[in-house]
Design a protein around this ligand. Sequence first.
Ligand SMILES: [Zn+2]
Length: 288
Amino acid sequence: MTTYSGAPRVDPSTGTVVHVVGARQNRPNLPTDVCPFCVGGLEAPEPYSVKWFPNRWPAMPNERCEVVLYSPDHQQTFAGLGVRGAREVLDLWASRTAALGQRDDVEHVLIFENRGRDVGATIDHPHGQIYAFDHVPARTAARVANNWAPQTASALLVAENDGWTTSVPLASAYPVALEIAPQIKVGTLSELDDKQRDACAAALIDALTRMQRLFSPTIPYMLWVNQRPTTNRPEHENAWLNIEIVSPWRANNVLRYIAAAEVSTNEYFNPLIPEELARSLRDVRASQ
Ligand SMILES: [Zn+2]
């Protein structure tokens, strides 16, 4: 079978961008016996605290896909890293964003994590990924063009932490969704000073801990960082750094599927009321 790894295709009728990545069909679904991310494993022969390396099964050509290891401890979770551990991850995210952003063929750096089998994670070892796009993806561009800024509605507020706000978005496509952002506009992780990075790490741990307390420590989630595109065009001036965390669960161990009515229309039916989710997350004490 021929595989293609050329430029992304665009559906002419909807504008949807599709990366055809036939080669990824050959990647392993699960490691057979040993974890490649544990110290001594295939991707981590030497001891480390946090670490990045090029993805062996990249979704895009030309060194655009990287893996970030959060901890050498296979059983660890992001929430379990604590503020100090999360800060180390954040510093690595910032330095990789800056390094990839300097490339002439990179316009946008996306940092993300898929946690749990329900969202397609194939290895349990705590890790995330980075994609360096040669264009600004449509959703990212739309949020910037519409001047995304942190929620101020108190009914949607979850927590305020040292200059950072965590809230539930007004209209998420996912039943469980959180947004974490600095209260003063900053465009990228690299621009955060030492104190802001600690506060960001604390807000991130707080948000994940609340979500896990309200549902379960095993709740699957997708996390990603929305940063200013690295081309720094005038139209991106208003970009406001924020981190989104969403889960496909609508209740403990109950997956909500995105199905025909939603796929066909790109309109969503959310069974959780955002204001009620915000109240429940507010009431769950993150540091019990
Ligand atoms: Zn491992």
